[in-house]
Design a protein around this ligand. Structure first.
Ligand code: NAD
Length: 502
């Protein structure tokens, strides 16, 4: 069944969803397998707090099996395919993602809790588009011819050129906030480059990644090219990162885990890209178009219940519009409907887990303790992992609420008078993933965009990535960029070839 209209509610679950939930397995070497130990762990429905399925609990043994399968595929059928064949298979996979769109969307909302509308639009449609975009790069990988000036031995002449070669087996490790989309951000450029993959999805949300690997097989992508190992970070992620068969690590997750992975990667000289946390500022100037405050709060701040790495959580509003901005933003926040993601009318859905719910609640409590003022104080449904959205004022720069990731529907609004001081406050963070300025003054935009320390700066918008727009972090928000041609480069080695002739 194709994807349903994004804003339609889920009245009944598809039979394919119930079938899948009965016994999800890892995908290794083209087969659906249990863990070597036979152990499983529970994944939950955040809207009810109840167990949704049991998934294999992987270990180093499973990781080893998956890496060996990926190595065999890399040296075998995958390396023999023409770029156009890789492209064709990726396009077929994109079609299959859409063909199974409703099933994938329902699985994602059941497992992650997010709005079915976002599951359909982002997890499914944007992921299919991502495979199509990256499929195009498979046939456009080029090196260059190089004129060189080597003078010895006398009489010898040289011509050099570069070849771009797939780096090898990729370890992809993803977080829980956009499970299928994050898996696509890793798998698609790796396949375009000719790599094979072992993906370790977040333990909270492994289901759609498993389904994606099954669809890759159905599309005709050879067995062993896309493998999925499920399990805890320490039990499966760590051995995967340390495995000698891995050539490159593509990680998205918290800065803390990213640092551990970066250290391990350097020990082994593995290629590594790290997409990490954020604490994005939105700087609103007096001349901003106030009609955009709804976009700022709805998409900038509370999109995906605030569980977005570049959510605009620190709003700085200039004194001339501060009162108005605060009034509109708090009114919007009060009006947000809280409930299950299966009903797309709810804009605030449960957060992903009981542990994360406790974390978000503790950030709110600590903010209050430290003197920040909550403006909403709403209640959330008791069952499930819900947290009501909150807007804080009186948040000082040195408070945890201003410096640490909450990763939930919690924002602050702070006034400023001096523009340069506002940019300094915006940059006063260890993170540097996203930022935005809101102004109708072109001169102001040209002046402040270069001064914001963030991998992406939006103007009069926030929190909207695009597959053709490099995405990644400055400072402790990461190393490297995803999307665009550069994303494929992350999965390629450059080899210089030097030819001597007389
Ligand atoms: P996390 O770091 O706890 O986990 C991410 C992944 O790493 C999971 O699959 C986990 O199992 C694995 N992992 C944990 N410990 C590991 C270890 N020692 N070795 C190897 N793997 C290990 O992050 P999370 O809570 O799942 O996700 C939320 C975080 O992700 C937030 O900080 C958010 O900002 C960040 N994020 C960043 C981006 C981006 O593009 N920059 C996008 C989405 C999320």
């Amino acid at each position: 069944m194709k994807i349903a209209p994004p804003d339609s509610a889920v009245d009944t679950l598809l039979p394919a969803v119930a079938d899948f939930l009965a016994a999800p397995k890892m995908v290794i070497g083209g087969e659906n397998v249990a863990s070597a130990s036979g152990k499983t762990f529970a994944v939950y429905n955040p809207a009810t707090g109840k167990e949704l399925a049991r998934v294999p609990a992987g270990s180093a043994e499973d990781v080893d099996r998956a890496v060996k399968a990926a190595q065999a595929a890399f040296e075998g059928p995958w390396s023999k395919m023409l770029p156009a064949q890789r492209q064709g298979l990726m396009l077929k996979l994109a079609d299959l993602i859409e063909a199974h769109g409703e099933e994938l969307a329902q699985l994602e909302t059941l497992n992650n809790g997010k709005s079915i509308m976002l599951s359909r639009l982002i997890e499914v449609t944007a992921s299919a588009e991502y495979f199509r975009y990256m499929a195009g790069w498979a046939t456009k990988i080029t090196g260059s011819t190089l004129d060189v000036s080597i003078p010895i031995p006398p009489g010898m002449r040289y011509q050099a050129y570069t070849r771009k070669e797939p780096v090898g087996v990729v370890a992809a490790i993803t977080p829980w906030n956009f499970p299928l989309n994050m898996a696509s951000w890793k798998i698609a450029p790796a396949l375009a480059a000719g790599c094979t993959i072992v993906l370790k999805p977040a333990e909270e949300t492994p289901l759609t990644s498993i389904r994606l690997a099954q669809l890759a097989l159905e599309a005709g992508i050879p067995e062993g090219v896309v493998n999925v190992v499920t399990g805890m970070g320490e039990d499966t992620g760590a051995p995967l990162v340390a495995h000698p068969g891995i050539a490159k690590i593509a990680f998205t997750g918290s800065t803390e885990t990213g640092k551990l992975i970066g250290v391990q990667a350097m020990k082994d000289m593995k290629r590594v890209t790290l997409e990490l946390g954020g604490k994005a500022p939105m700087v609103m100037f007096d001349d901003m178009d106030l009609d955009l405050l709804g976009v700022a709060a709805g998409i900038g701040s509370f999109f995906n219940t605030g569980q977005t790495c570049c959510s605009g959580v620190r709003i700085y509003a200039q004194s001339g519009i501060y009162e108005k901005a605060l009034e509109v933003i708090t009114n919007i926040t009060r009006s947000l409907s809280i409930g299950s993601g299966l009903d797309p009318r709810h804009q605030i859905n449960p957060v992903v887990s009981a542990r994360h719910q406790a974390h978000v609640k503790s950030c709110i409590a600590r903010g209050i303790e430290q003197g920040a003022k909550p403006m909403i104080c709403a209640t959330a449904p008791e069952d499930g992992f819900f947290v009501a959205p909150e807007v804080f004022t009186d948040v000082r720069q040195d408070m945890a609420l201003m410096q640490d990731e909450v990763f939930g529907p919690v924002i602050s609004v702070t006034p400023f008078t001096d523009e340069d001081a506002a940019i300094r406050m915006a940059n006063d963070t260890r993170f540097g993933l996203g930022a935005s300025i809101w102004t109708t003054d072109l001169n102001k935009m040209m002046k402040y965009v270069p001064r914001l320390q963030a991998g992406t700066v939006w103007v009069n918008s926030h929190n909207i990535p695009d597959q053709n727009m490099p995405f990644g972090g400055m400072k402790q928000s990461g190393i490297g960029r995803e999307h665009g041609a550069g994303a494929v480069e992350n999965y390629l080695e450059t080899k210089s070839v030097c030819i001597a002739y007389r």
